[in-house]
Design a binder for this molecule. Structure first.
Ligand SMILES: [Fe+2]
Ligand SMILES: [Fe+2]
Length: 312
């Protein structure tokens, strides 16, 4: 049972560490508020965007500051960098299509089961919104490029930690995925340098994801506490898995195919050098700061992921 003092702190605190100890009534209120927002802000993804006939290739499809080689000096020719911006956009959108398809399958397995009964309504919004995102990300790639990249094989094994821990893994993966996307979407959704259609897609995704992230943090914490109470011995194994998933997610931004497609010589070496460049390592920590802090504050990480290196 939650102590009255904790409940009082949850109602008034602005400290993220205290907010993630939100009690049942706080979580129910959050779920109701997020569901109401999803209903009020519902849109038809198939009519929301005005798709131009073409997207000019002499424009930056992604701000060069957000390219995987930014700050490294590895590529300095503007034509090649603009090509990289196009292929990185396709890679970024493809990651959403493949990543969220896998995770939607896991969410669909859980909706309307007893353990997830209280989240049913919000999970319907989540699945509906992610289905819309998959559509518009894939639609952009098919309309203006050769389509999405194929799914890369993951070196991580699937779940299999036991049902309660698998729940933690699934929703932690969703949260990591959403925080990475939101880092880019929140910035490129306001970026006047990129074509209107791309700015609108990033902005629309950012708008929906802010709700998903708010839900995901509370849910992961609750699922974690439930799993830990039932099976405390797997704590370190889960921490390692989640950190490995963060590392894998960062590495997936550096798809070797993007370097091949934009015509750089020795694409695998360029990729390797970019991944391990000190400027990029500092960026990876920045990219993950918010979700890393959450996992530490929630007690899921004993040490920060920021101490690890994705290039190892
Ligand atoms: Fe999404
Ligand atoms: Fe989402």
């Amino acid at each position: 049972m939650t102590e009255p003092a904790t409940r009082a702190a949850d109602r008034t605190s602005t400290n993220p560490k205290e907010r993630i100890t939100m009690d049942d009534s706080g979580f129910s209120t959050l779920l109701a508020r997020l569901s109401e927002k999803s209903r009020d802000e519902y849109y038809n993804p198939y009519t929301k965007f005005t798709w131009p006939d073409t997207v000019p290739e002499d424009q930056w499809w992604m701000n060069p500051d957000y390219l995987t080689v930014s700050g490294t000096g590895l590529i300095d020719d503007e034509t090649t960098l603009k090509a990289l911006a196009r292929y990185e956009t396709v890679n970024f959108f493809s990651l959403h299509v493949h990543g969220i398809r896998e995770l939607m399958i896991e969410v669909a397995r859980r909706i309307h089961t007893p353990d997830f009964a209280e989240y049913n309504e919000y999970l319907h919004h989540f699945i509906g919104e992610e289905n819309a995102h998959m559509w518009f990300f894939a639609e952009f790639c098919h309309r203006y490029t050769g389509g999405i990249y194929p799914e890369a094989a993951s070196p991580l094994r699937g779940e299999g930690f036991g049902n309660l821990w698998d729940d933690v893994i699934v929703f932690s993966r969703i949260l990591i995925f959403e925080e990475i996307f939101d880092y880019y979407n929140s910035r490129m959704g306001k970026d006047q340098l990129i074509p209107d259609i791309l700015r609108e897609i990033h902005a629309a995704h950012h708008h929906d994801e802010s709700r998903h992230v708010a839900f995901g943090k509370q849910l992961v914490k609750r699922l974690y506490d439930r799993a830990l109470a039932a099976d405390p011995d797997r704590r370190e194994e889960i921490e390692k898995y989640v950190k490995d998933y963060m590392t894998y997610s960062v590495r997936s931004l550096y798809n070797p195919q993007i370097f091949r497609d934009c015509g750089v010589g020795n694409p695998l070496a360029v990729r390797r050098e970019a991944l391990s460049h000190p400027v990029r390592e500092a960026f990876h920590v920045k990219l993950m700061t918010r979700v890393d802090r959450f996992f530490v504050a929630a007690g899921i990480f004993s040490t920060s992921w920021g101490t690890e290196h994705v290039s190892a």
